[in-house]
Each structure stands twice: as structure tokens, then as C-alpha cells.
Ligand binder design. Sequence first.
Ligand SMILES: NC(=O)C1=CN([C@@H]2O[C@H](COP(=O)(O)OP(=O)(O)OC[C@H]3O[C@@H](n4cnc5c(N)ncnc54)[C@H](O)[C@@H]3O)[C@@H](O)[C@H]2O)[C@@H](O)CC1
Ligand SMILES: Nc1ncnc2c1ncn2[C@@H]1O[C@H](COP(=O)(O)OP(=O)(O)O)[C@@H](O)[C@H]1O
Ligand SMILES: [K+]
Length: 475
Amino acid sequence: MRHAHTVEQVRAAEADLMARLPEGTLMQRAASGLAVAISNYLGHTYGARVVLLVGSGDNGGDALYAGAQLARRGAQVTAILLSDKAHDAGIAALTAAGGRIHPLASSAKGAAIASADIVVDGIVGIGGRPGLKPEAQAVVQVAVDHDVPIVAVDMPSGVDVDSGETPAEHVKAAFTVTFGTHKICHFVDPAAAACGPVHLIDIGLELPAPAVSAIQDADIRERYPVPHGESDKYSRGVLGLMAGSSQYPGAAVIATSGALAGPIGMLRYLGPDEVATAVRAAHPEIVAGEGRVQAWAIGSGLGDELEVDKVRELLNAEEPVLLDADGLKALDDSGDHIGVLATPHAGELARLLGVERSTVEAERLKHAKLAAERFDVTVLLKGATTVIAAPDGQVRVSSNATPWLATAGAGDVLAGLCGSLLAAGLTPLDAASLGAYLHGAAAQLASASGPLTAMQVAKKIPEATRLLLDQDIPG
Ligand SMILES: NC(=O)C1=CN([C@@H]2O[C@H](COP(=O)(O)OP(=O)(O)OC[C@H]3O[C@@H](n4cnc5c(N)ncnc54)[C@H](O)[C@@H]3O)[C@@H](O)[C@H]2O)[C@@H](O)CC1
Ligand SMILES: Nc1ncnc2c1ncn2[C@@H]1O[C@H](COP(=O)(O)OP(=O)(O)O)[C@@H](O)[C@H]1O
Ligand SMILES: [K+]
């Protein structure tokens, strides 16, 4: 996993470390990492035209010191000061290295930005409030208008660091260079989408348990329930699937494809006869009808055929239950649903919480956590990045999907796969995490930068799993 911490956690860790180091050491570490990342991005330093947008705090200080290092290696560096206040030692370092300083009033600043190879956003960092002041917005817009890439120092200025929300104007970066640890805005949309690829520079912080973790390749190998010599089809896990209806028979076929591509030994299908026939035709491996299962996946394409009372009974039984799509209507806030995994998209989560879909889209982390707490379930909120919130407060994200995955039926594949992982014995948090990540990896294989269907994603899950399990991960 990669980990993200809150601003408060970062400030505390920085204070601890700073007390043990000579003054300025952390900023020098940050600035050196930033300068190297900029040089690597440009592919050259000598003669490169670099413009720094410098705010009043230490974020601007990072930009100035990095600018000084680049200037020493032959870059033409110009700093535009957006505030009357700026990091004095940083200004002195840049000036000594031959960089130029423009106050905000300078008439040359527009031309400098327009002809730059890169603009460095040192407007605000973890000390920033969301939004950009008009003068900052104006200079950022010049870079946008002239297609000049922007590197964000720590994070794109204007985003809400601890929530990943973007309630106002903010920078959209080509890439971001951050320090010490990731921040929540790097992982959670819509802010994450404004970061571009994020480079982490180690500055030696000692950090507490993270606020949010992002799933990586290595997590699959560490946690996937691989069968062993003594395994049989029952011990590997049996999933009970209640999905599909005469209205939406395809959902049952697609969800089954997702489930059979996961770790289970067997799948029992419960549903209307004609749907069971369709599922069996596509997947002769399935067993239709009641029997013991280790977990349930309920909801994809059920339409009006959802039997609320029966589902509520299952929610109170011992076996874990995944609720998707129409199945989510059975969820109530009577509490004690610790083994339940709910997999809504933003519209479904909005209905559950009685708010607008746009509100959930704008505040994804907040609403995923709110629902996890209110319904006492693990919530997997689908979207370009998937946010997973457990009732104990743990949060994970999965960001490896491709936008081509936004296609009908993709959610049914995910429900089947996560149900399969639940039945194999993973916790709802791990089942959701591994399911979302494998789903994203399979979508990448199925897409190869082009269109895909949900069934093609399901077909690629075994290959994606194999590649991730076989991968030789260093360290
Ligand atoms: N504390 C440390 O040890 C380190 C800090 N570092 C850098 O320091 C940054 C934090 O620096 P600061 O705490 O000085 O805070 P910032 O530089 O993020 O913000 C400074 C000031 O900007 C003003 N401001 C707030 N919101 C604004 C807005 N929307 N528009 C314009 N101005 C606004 C406020 O007056 C605020 O005090 C980090 O993000 C990182 O870049 C790094 O050098 C690593 C080490
Ligand atoms: N822009 C996007 N980029 C990447 N993945 C996406 C994007 N939008 C949606 N997804 C993923 O596609 C799937 C869509 O699921 P869902 O909305 O339930 O569709 P359906 O109900 O038609 O199956 C989810 O796994 C979701 O995370
Ligand atoms: K910034």
C-alpha cells in the first residue's frame, strides 16, 4: 500500500524531525527532490526556462530553493511573487544563483510564463485554504492558455488537502512532487485527478497509521487467497449469487463471470428459472439452487425481484454479504452489519444517504465514510478512483482503472469478483480492495487503450491475477 496522512499528522511528524535537525534541512531535502524531478521531466536543465509561482509560505520556499538549484545548473529561472511576503532565504538563494525575481505588478510576467518550458506551482501547500486568489488564478490561466505544463509543489494549489474536494478554482498539474508522505488529495477525486502522476520524496518523517491507503501490485500477492494442496472446492469458498431477473437476465451472467474469475471453488445461483438457464448456458460450472455458502452477492440486475425480507435475514446471518445495485435497497441503518460490503456508484450512494448525486461526486471520501458509519458496513464507492471505507474508519483507494471501464455491466463483474473474494475468506475491506484493484488491472488488459465490454473485463481477470501473483516485486 501507499499511505496518505492528514495535514495535522504531517505537521506533527515534521515538528518532531525538525527538532532533531539543523534548521532548513527538511526544506533542502524537499527542494532537491523537486529540482531533480523537474530536470527529469524536462529531460534537460541547461537553458531550460522555468517560472516559479511563489506564495507567501514554505511551499513558495520549496519552489525558490528548487529554482536556485536549477539556476545553478544553467536553467533560466524567473520567480513571480504572488504576495508581499515570500520566503526570504529562498529569495536570497535564487538571486545568488542568478535567478530573476518579478513582483506581481511586473509587466514582464505574462511573457515569462507564456515562453516557459515549465511553471512551478509554489502558491500554497498544506497551509493553504481551498481556492485561488484572482491574481493567482490569472497567472495560472496564462500557463494554461499557452499549454505550459505545471508541476505542483506538494499538491496543486487550491485543492482541499484533507478531503480531496475541489470546491473552488485550483491548479491542474502535469505532475506533482510531494514530500514525506502522500496527502489525501493525492488519492481522492476530484483533487487526485488534478495532481497527475505524484512523485514522493522521502524527507525522513516518522509517521503514524495512515488516514487513507492506496492499493498497489504487491498487495495482491500478499493477500490473495491462493489455494494449496489440501484445498477442495468447498474450502476454497462457495458463493451464493442472487442477481438478474427476467428484466435484466444479462446481469446474472456477467456477475457470474466476475465471480468465477475470482478465487471461489463453486458458485450457487439463486434466481428465476429462465435466468438460471441463461447462466448455466454461459457457465456450465455453476450449481443452481439452495445450499451452503460462505458468502452472498446480492443485487446486480435484480430489478423489482428483490426480496427485501429474505435479504435482511441474510444480512443478520453469519455469512458475509455483498450488496450491489438493487440489493442496496435492503440496507437499513439498524447497525451491526459488520460483515456486509456495499458497492454503490455515486447515484446509489446518494439515494442511500438522501443527498444529491452531485454532492457525493464532489465529496466522495466524506460520503463513503458517512455511509460506512451510518449503516455499519464497508462501502466501496465506484468511480474513476474507487474509495473503500470500513466501519472502523480505515479507508483505501484503488486508482488503476481506465475510463474505458465506465461501461454497462462493469459493476456486475466487480460485484461477482468481490463476492468471490469474500467467500474465499477475505474481510470485506480486503475483498473490496483486491476486487477493485484486480478489476482495474483486468480492464487495462481488456482495453489496451481501446473500448471494452464488461464480459471482456471478466475474461481478463484470471490473466491479471496471474500477472500480479507472479510478479517479482523487489523489497
Ligand atoms: N514544515 C516543513 O518542515 C516542511 C514544509 N514543506 C513545505 O511547506 C509547505 C507548507 O508551508 P506553510 O505552512 O508555510 O504553508 P503554505 O505555504 O501552504 O501556505 C502559506 C500561507 O499561504 C496563505 N494562504 C492560505 N491559503 C491561501 C490561498 N488559497 N491563496 C493564497 N494564499 C493562501 C496563508 O497565509 C498561509 O499561511 C508544504 O506544503 C511544503 O511544500 C517542505 O519544505 C518540507 C518540509
Ligand atoms: N471514469 C472512470 N474511470 C475508471 N473507471 C470507472 C470510471 N467510471 C466508472 N468506472 C468503473 O466502472 C465500473 C462501473 O460500474 P457501475 O457504475 O456499477 O456500472 P453498471 O451498473 O453498468 O455495471 C465501476 O467499477 C467503476 O469504478
Ligand atoms: K502547490
